[in-house]
Design a binder for this molecule. Sequence first.
Ligand SMILES: Nc1ncnc2c1ncn2[C@@H]1O[C@H](COP(=O)(O)OP(=O)(O)O)[C@@H](O)[C@H]1O
Ligand SMILES: [Mg+2]
Length: 343
Amino acid sequence: MKRLRVLVLMHPALVPPDSLEGRSEQEIHTWKTEYDVVSTLRASGHDVRPLGVQHELKPIRDEIESWKPDVVFNLLEQFHGETAYDQNVASYLELLRIPYTGCNPRGLMLARGKDMSKKLLAYHRIPVPAFAVFPMRRKIRRPARLGLPLIVKSLSEDASVGIAQSSVVDSDDKLVERVTFIHERIGTAAIAEQYIEGRELYVAVLGNDRLRVMPIWELQFGSMAEGASRIATEKVKYDLKYQERLGINQGPAENLAPELRARIHTTAKRSCRTLEIDGYARVDFRLSAEGIPYFLEVNPNPEIAQIEVFAQSALHDGLAYPDLLQRILALGMRRATPTASAG
Ligand SMILES: Nc1ncnc2c1ncn2[C@@H]1O[C@H](COP(=O)(O)OP(=O)(O)O)[C@@H](O)[C@H]1O
Ligand SMILES: [Mg+2]
């Protein structure tokens, strides 16, 4: 394997220390991805430079011009604190003609927001929850076509920001209340989606043109209180103590009929193709009681820490973590080579 110079872009607050010693588990959790990527690429023999960026493009350009990396590993999820600017950073790297990992700007854009991707996929008859968007400062009225219960979310935020038990509403009063909460407290438009009761499944997808899908993963909600909605709230996703107390876990999805597995895999690939996503991505589904996998969202450049869904399901498929990162580098470099663009 060729030794590469890899420039790793990340949030300045997430530049990891050289060792995990003396750090608490919850602390490590915040920059685990950055730590895993940097330390694993180094252990693989690459020359790795982490670079924290947030308000200035110049350091990126300076590093590229002076150090001449072979490839940029793009772990940035925001710029100026704006998640929507991740596509602009990818665009900037394209203009600099430097190969970079993960998704292209167009895929990042089409996957953004909780309405756009669903509109595009519905055109191809991929099942998506019915929904309505509620812009700020507009009267909140449920369209007749949209039945209850609904789940109310921020239209633009991710990482389950603003998602709690009270997000699932079963009356018009509660709908108005929660949409107002999103408008006032999160400060964005809201989306109300048909609430899909059922299992929560994830599919990791790797590739540019030829897509490799990993074994289907499931978020198991453990012993959540009777009557509680089994959804991935902020607490479920990020509170390690809460996860442990309730036995919230992620693992291979058991007991899915082979035809259903195949359907979910195909849908995951079709979703990535329709949304022009490349590199690596995770597609999220809810499996309804009728056995229909509803597309929830696709996350281009998903969490890539060793313990997260993507790397775990890849490992389950025989792709060890160092090989996965190597593959992600290779996909970024291959895309940048015009003669190999069909690969
Ligand atoms: N239509 C839906 N039906 C059932 N559960 C949902 C629905 N939409 C979201 N959820 C739950 O909320 C979680 C977060 O929603 P998601 O749309 O993925 O937003 P985020 O970008 O914050 O992850 C999902 O993982 C799922 O548990
Ligand atoms: Mg999600």
